[in-house]
Design a protein around this ligand. Sequence first.
Ligand SMILES: *[C@@H]1O[C@H](CO)[C@@H](O)[C@H](O)[C@H]1NC(C)=O
Ligand SMILES: *[C@@H]1O[C@H](CO)[C@@H](O)[C@H](O)[C@H]1NC(C)=O
Ligand SMILES: *[C@@H]1O[C@H](CO)[C@@H](O)[C@H](O)[C@H]1NC(C)=O
Ligand SMILES: CC(=O)N[C@H]1CO[C@H](CO)[C@@H](O)[C@@H]1O
Length: 442
Amino acid sequence: MADSFASKTFTALSALHPNMANLKIIGIVIGKTDVKGFPDRKNIGSERYTFSFTIRDTPTHFVNATSWGNEHYIRSLSDSFRVGECVIIENPLIQRKELEREEKFSPATPSNCKLLLSENHSTVKVCSSYEVDTKLLSLIHLPVKESCDYYSLGDIVANGHSLDGRIINVLAAVRSVGEPKYFTTSDRRKGQRCEVKLYDEMESSFAMICWDNESILLAQSWMPRETVIFASDVRISFDKFRNCMTATVISKTIITTNPDTPEANILLNFIRENKETNPLDDEIDSYLKEPINLNTIVDVYTVEQLKVKALKNEGKADPLYGILYAYISTLNIDDETTKVVRNRCSGCGYIVNEASSTCTTCNKDSSKFRSVFLSFDMLIDLTDHTGTLHSCSLTGSVAEETLGCTFFLSHRARGGLRISVLSCKLADPIEASRNLSGQRNI
Ligand SMILES: *[C@@H]1O[C@H](CO)[C@@H](O)[C@H](O)[C@H]1NC(C)=O
Ligand SMILES: *[C@@H]1O[C@H](CO)[C@@H](O)[C@H](O)[C@H]1NC(C)=O
Ligand SMILES: *[C@@H]1O[C@H](CO)[C@@H](O)[C@H](O)[C@H]1NC(C)=O
Ligand SMILES: CC(=O)N[C@H]1CO[C@H](CO)[C@@H](O)[C@@H]1O
């Protein structure tokens, strides 16, 4: 690698022309696709593999590079670098890009060229960030679109259906990153999905879906309520099932993490100032969520295991589900100082202030006043032989059934653990002991 630097004869991306030969270029990887295999038409029965990435060497210049080859070569090349790393490419084939056709599927690049890499002719070397000019490294925080060329989440929601199917840029903060889910499609292809929840000054939760490993990997590096992203060319669609707008990361999308722009800095200040003010936001979500199929919950935990597991799950969008054999060690319904019943807004499920009896969460506009309903809302402790979960809040219709209950551990409680009891029944002692003795750690 030292000799690549010694010679310093990198061709700038702005100077690329089709059919130039023997080039050496350097750039930071700002986007990357998953590896895909295609049947090889020339070689029936075998597959050709490909993946693409986008490199940038100045604020204004970036090109799309595609590599084709056998599975081993393509997978190992793809695995050798990530978005945010710098690469030196030697001997790429420079081709003129077919504008309209290519930009339908790939990031719109200012250059009229694209790079083609082949195992026999080209090499790609990853350089450590110590070897690289900081100017090059800082390009990772520069969106590929004008810093003001974006929709806020509020804009998207306000435009509603008219944006269905449109490809736009979005600036937003990361509220949570879901657990990646892996599945096999009906035609036996492997798939994956990860849902990121975004928010900004106007919208408290907006879903962005990632369907490819590269964007899922990038998303796993984001910090909930700390990271701001500029996502260029995401597809907006109307989700009929959830009755809301969502964004989808597509092959054209380039996501800039923590963009260094005035607009992003304003949003960053907003999220810093509002970090702790509305922890109950999350409670609205869980309150209105689709009912959970109890039959799908099979993992048995002790209190101790649950605490450990929940710590690992911290910051993830998806809750952890499980079965706990425990007893209710505190059920305080006599204490005058604690409320057992509260009003909730029938629109959003949020607890409504007693004095005003209007919901400040969804009834921003008083003409859209929604009624309130009474709901159980109490704190209980749950105990088993390994410990106690304090201040779990027990609410809603489940509470009504058996005092079998929906309960959350308060955000204010130690550890910030929040647990929902989805069903609460007397346990058969034989079943409990059988299930617990099946566990290794006790
Ligand atoms: C680059 O271009 C190819 C088609 O030429 C496309 O398949 C790929 O998705 C593009 N995107 C990236 C990030 O390289
Ligand atoms: C690459 O080189 C190998 C060995 O020299 C040759 O067999 C193969 O056909 C070449 N592949 C391409 C795509 O040119
Ligand atoms: C994505 O990652 C999963 C899990 O690591 C893997 O099974 C799958 O093959 C990957 N898919 C692609 C397209 O790389
Ligand atoms: C998760 C689990 O092990 N559940 C078992 C608990 O015990 C009952 C009765 O023995 C079994 O039917 C469950 O499968």
